[in-house]
Design a protein around this ligand. Structure first.
Ligand SMILES: C[S@@+](CC[C@H](N)C(=O)[O-])C[C@H]1O[C@@H](n2cnc3c(N)ncnc32)[C@H](O)[C@@H]1O
Length: 285
């Protein structure tokens, strides 16, 4: 996909706020401005990015050299969380908002490797992620995987769409991995998270990671300035206390709200990996 936006425009399909099977032709993919899904893909070593994304990604690396390893730590954290939720916590339904471009260990792959009957609904608002929706929809025969093209600032739309594939009478794990930094204060991200969780039964979970303003603060401030200058989606990094606010009314599971690499690491190398993100998983009582 490197550099060839036109071809993508011609072959990309679009699914809007409904399961991906209903298709129509797509809106263009803007290759002139960096977009977070593609910048993140670049940091992870993927190929679904364009010159503008790589330029923003490189400037961010110059400001904060650990960002690629921090992104990898975030992915490893996500896989551990899904294994915990589908394993010890017994969750069988996942709502993964801010899906990202498919890479190794996506939510349905990890969840269905533990319990094949898991149902997963993905949500993102990026047309490149949408274009990959088919790759995301490779569910196990026993389970379900769906994709909703929607904006995280519209929780009611997300809940309506997800209800077509998930049973809201049973626990659901809401995953907000490295997305809430794109919801500025004016969008009231705390109210959005509360609305999402409010629609779900007791025994549901909230799992999130959030870039930190108080881990490696100097580099993170510089990187935020770069991204806010070069990327379409603006960022607001938050302190540990601010991130803790998203869990109001929920019970954090051990080890609580910690640096992403410190959340139940499988190896010493994982635990030692740089990660400028706060991370936690909490249960709705
Ligand atoms: C940094 S990536 C994280 C991807 C994945 N969750 C992970 O942690 O590996 C952020 C993702 O959130 C999506 N995103 C950003 N703002 C969004 C919004 N307002 N609504 C829906 N998705 C959004 C982006 O398109 C991108 O795919």
């Amino acid at each position: 996909m490197r550099g060839n936006g036109l071809r993508w425009r011609q072959c990309t399909r679009r699914w809007e706020r409904k399961p991906v099977m209903a298709a129509e032709w797509s809106t263009p993919i803007d290759t002139n401005v960096a977009h977070v899904a593609r910048v993140y893909d670049y940091w992870l070593g993927g190929k679904d990015n364009f010159a503008a994304d790589r330029a923003a990604g490189d400037h961010a690396i110059a400001a904060f050299p650990d960002i690629p390893r921090s992104a990898q730590s975030n992915r490893a954290y996500q896989a551990r969380v899904v294994r915990f939720l589908a394993g010890d916590a017994g969750v069988r339904q996942f709502l993964d908002i801010g899906t990202g471009i498919p890479t190794a260990n996506h939510t349905h792959q990890v969840a269905q490797s533990v319990a094949p009957e898991c149902r997963v609904v993905y949500v993102d608002n990026d047309p490149v992620v949408l274009a990959h929706a088919r790759a995301l929809l490779t569910s196990s025969p026993e389970g379900t995987t769906r994709y909703i093209d929607a904006d995280a600032r519209q929780p009611a739309v997300i809940l309506d769409g997800a209800a077509q594939a998930l049973d809201f009478g049973r626990p659901v794990a809401v995953m907000l991995m490295a997305i809430l930094q794109h919801l500025a204060g004016e969008h009231d991200p705390y109210a959005i998270v509360a609305e999402l969780m409010g629609g779900l039964p007791s025994g549901s979970y909230l799992a999130l990671s959030h870039p930190a303003s108080d881990i490696d603060a100097e580099g993170m401030i510089k990187m935020a300035a770069v991204l806010n200058r070069m990327m379409a989606e603006k960022v607001t990094f938050r302190s540990r206390d601010e991130v803790a606010g998203f869990f109001t009314g929920l019970e954090l599971v051990e080890p609580g709200l910690v640096q992403a690499s410190k959340w139940r690491p499988d190896t010493e190398a994982e635990a030692a990996s740089p990660a400028a993100l706060w991370a936690g998983v909490a249960r709705k009582g």
